[in-house]
Structures are given as structure tokens and as C-alpha cells.
Design a protein around this ligand. Structure first.
Ligand code: HXC
Length: 276
């Protein structure tokens, strides 16, 4: 992998990295980049089959891997997953709080439970993970990387639930950086832009919409899961030892153009879905 051409292949040797929702997509891409630099990897998610197949890919990169079925909405499940990870791989050095849920839905049609569901997975789930990992992170003077989204900065149509949750994550990240700095714990967020082949982009920009959105990114393309993994590896590395409380936007400049085009495209897609 590209990351090992630039960083020392044993940079995370003996260190444990836990990625919530690490069974697929951007989150698996992040886990793979840490695996390529010698980390022990733990992942959790809701389905064992997904975790098994991800574990195979991670082991192929030389990592020791531990998997746990756990829903981030369930604090007790995370506590027990982290305890088991410690037994299997040693204390957590880097927590990547990445599990997320999303769907397109205009606010006027969204049920209270639909809003709550995404806030529970994204925001509460991220707090649960950070809180449950605190003792281990304190012991390792470790760090947390939250996976946020562009909606935290700029409103996107049909994303009221995600925008609220992700903005909450970035604010929480800063508060944790403030409170836990004295334990040597750093906290940062990454905002990924549109990433090729992910569940998120399949849901948000299907078909023709994806082609139009590509053209709207200043760098003219979607990113790759590795490009988010490379940013995560940097933030967890000793090169970032003085970086805490920051949001790193990795989006090819996509946010600079605002969310207008996205809103137009999504409105068209939603009308098509509604048969209008
Ligand atoms: C409107 C919807 C809906 C939809 C679900 N709901 N899907 N409302 N439009 N398409 C409503 C339901 O009607 C219900 O409310 C409530 O949400 C809970 O739905 P459940 O299906 O019971 O929830 P659950 O099984 O917990 O599933 C959570 C989920 C699901 C988020 C709804 O899609 C999921 O598990 N997603 C995980 C994978 C995922 O989303 N990956 C993409 C992440 S990408 P009522 O009122 O009927 O009870 C990402 C990046 C964002 O987050 C940024 C991208 C640029």
C-alpha cells in the first residue's frame, strides 16, 4: 500500500488501533492503512460476516486482528468489546470512532425516530466509544480520530439528521481535546469528501448524480478510502503529537463550492424516487 512507501512500516508496531464500523468502506480503508504500518487492529460492527471478510483483508496485510459484534448505540457492548480487545491485542492506542448511518430524507418527511436513529448511531455512538475507551487511552496516552462529514460545516438538503449529528461530533471532539489533553490524549476529526465506491456515496449520489458531483470537486474526482486512511495514519502518528482539537478536511476542496449543486442533484433524485 502507498502509505508504507512514505511512513515507516513498523510505525504502529505493538500498538492497537480500534475502528468502530471497521467492516467496510472508508472505515475498513482506515484500518488497512494502519495494518500496513504494523498496527494490531480491532474492528466492531453489527454483522459477523462483514467483520470476518474484513479481518481476512487485514490479516493479509500482516496484522493481528480481533473482531467484535457490537452496535455503537449500546455502551455496555462497547465496554465489553474494548475489554476483550485489550486481552487479545493490548490496550487501545488509537480509537477511530467511525461507525455511521445515513439515508436521504427531506426534513419535512423525516420521522422523529429517523432523526434519532442517525443521531444515536453517529453522535451518541461516538461518545459511547470515546467514553468506553477512556481508561485505555489514558494508559497509552493515546488518541481519538472521529469521522465527521461535510454536513457538519455546511447544510445539505435531505441531511438534517446527519448534519446535526456530525456537527455535534466535531464540537464533542473539541471538548474532549480540551478536557483530556492533560492525560496526553489527543482528539481530532477527519471530514472525508465524496469517496469512490462507498456505501455513503451509493446512498447520497447514485448513478448520473455521481458523475455530476465528480465534476464539481475542485480536484475533479472523488477520493479513495486510502486517502482517508493516510490522513488518519498521520493524525495518529508521532508527526501529529502537537495536533489536537482540529478538524482535517480531506475532500479535494469539495466543501469550497458549498452544497448548492448537491442540493439540486439530490432534489432531482428524490423526485425520481418518488415517481414525480
Ligand atoms: C426515511 C428512514 C429511512 C429512509 C430508515 N428510516 N431509512 N426514513 N428515509 N430511507 C427511518 C425508519 O423509518 C425508522 O423510523 C428509523 O429511521 C429507524 O429505521 P431502522 O431501519 O429501524 O433503523 P436501523 O435498523 O437501526 O438502521 C439504521 C439506518 C440504516 C441508518 C436507518 O440505514 C443503517 O443501518 N445504515 C448503516 C449503513 C450506512 O448507513 N452507511 C452509510 C454511512 S455513510 P420510524 O419512524 O419509521 O420508526 C455516512 C456518511 C455521511 O454516514 C456523509 C456522506 C458524504
Amino acid at each position: 500500500m502507498r502509505v508504507s512507501d512514505y511512513f515507516k512500516k513498523d510505525m504502529f508496531s505493538g500498538k492497537t488501533v480500534f475502528v468502530t464500523g471497521g467492516g467496510s468502506g472508508i472505515n475498513l480503508g482506515i484500518a488497512k492503512n494502519f495494518a500496513a504500518l504494523g498496527a494490531n487492529i480491532a474492528i466492531c460492527g453489527r454483522t459477523q460476516e462483514k467483520l470476518d471478510s474484513a479481518a481476512e483483508e487485514l490479516r493479509a496485510l500482516g496484522a493481528q486482528v480481533h473482531t467484535e459484534v457490537a452496535d455503537v448505540r449500546d455502551f455496555a457492548a462497547l465496554e465489553s468489546a474494548f475489554a476483550a480487545t485489550r486481552d487479545a491485542l493490548g490496550p487501545i492506542h488509537t480509537l477511530v470512532a467511525a461507525a455511521a448511518g445515513n439515508f436521504l430524507c427531506p426534513a419535512e418527511q423525516l420521522s422523529a425516530n429517523g432523526f434519532k436513529t442517525v443521531v444515536d448511531i453517529d453522535l451518541l455512538g461516538s461518545f459511547n466509544a470515546a467514553r468506553a475507551a477512556f481508561d485505555q487511552l489514558k494508559e497509552t496516552s493515546g488518541n481519538i480520530i472521529f469521522i465527521s462529514a461535510g454536513m457538519a460545516m455546511v447544510p445539505y438538503a435531505a441531511q438534517v439528521h446527519v448534519g446535526a449529528a456530525k456537527a455535534g461530533i466535531d464540537n464533542m471532539m473539541k471538548t474532549l481535546a480540551l478536557e483530556w489533553g492533560r492525560y496526553g490524549i489527543r482528539a481530532n476529526s477527519i471530514i472525508p469528501g465524496p469517496i469512490e465506491g462507498t456505501e455513503g456515496m451509493k446512498r447520497l449520489a447514485p448513478g448520473e448524480a455521481g458523475k455530476q458531483l465528480r465534476r464539481a470537486v475542485p480536484l475533479g474526482r472523488f477520493g479513495s478510502t486510502d486517502e482517508i486512511g493516510q490522513a488518519a495514519v498521520f493524525l495518529a502518528s508521532p508527526l501529529a503529537d502537537y495536533i489536537s482539537g482540529t478538524v482535517l478536511v480531506v475532500d479535494g476542496g469539495q466543501n469550497l463550492a458549498g452544497s448548492g449543486l448537491f442540493t439540486q442533484i439530490i432534489s432531482r433524485e428524490l423526485q425520481k424516487m418518488a415517481g414525480k
